[in-house]
Ligand binder design. Structure first.
Ligand code: ZN
Length: 134
């Protein structure tokens, strides 16, 4: 598997508007607009940082994955996303290595990227996302 870079860090927030205060107003990262991904019950906002980005995630529903994460752990760091050259090949390789996956196949995330999550049980407790952008 070829991991190209850390694509982004995902941070769960109660509100993107509130989150922007720190990430944008204080740190000066550029807010590039928000996008709702209905299938994930989440609104995301990306802030480029050099070659990577910070992604804020706000749940659009109390039963969405981000709402459940905040309920259990509180707001804060939620996942790390690695950009890969070939996500299908990466998932096949991980399956062969016995790694538990949340997504057996890639799905379409924010910005039209192909994404898939690995189960935190298989990664020492870190939610890992793979993403491929063409
Ligand atoms: Zn992400």
């Amino acid at each position: 598997m070829e991991i190209l870079k850390i694509d982004h860090l995902g941070i769960a927030v109660n509100s993107i508007d509130d989150g922007k205060t720190f990430w944008s107003d204080i740190l000066g990262l550029k807010f590039e607009g928000a996008e709702t991904v209905d299938t994930q019950k989440v609104t995301t906002a990306f802030f480029p940082v050099g070659e990577s980005e910070v992604e804020l995630l706000e749940s659009t529903s109390p039963d969405g994955p981000v709402a459940k994460f905040i309920e259990k752990k509180g707001p804060g760091f939620q996942h790390v996303a690695f950009r890969v050259a070939d996500i299908e090949a990466a998932l096949e390789e991980l399956k062969e290595k016995g790694i538990q996956l949340i997504d057996q196949k890639p799905r379409i995330g924010a910005g039209g990227a192909k994404i898939a999550f690995l189960h935190p049980k298989a990664t020492g407790g870190v939610l890992v996302e793979l993403c491929q952008r063409d």
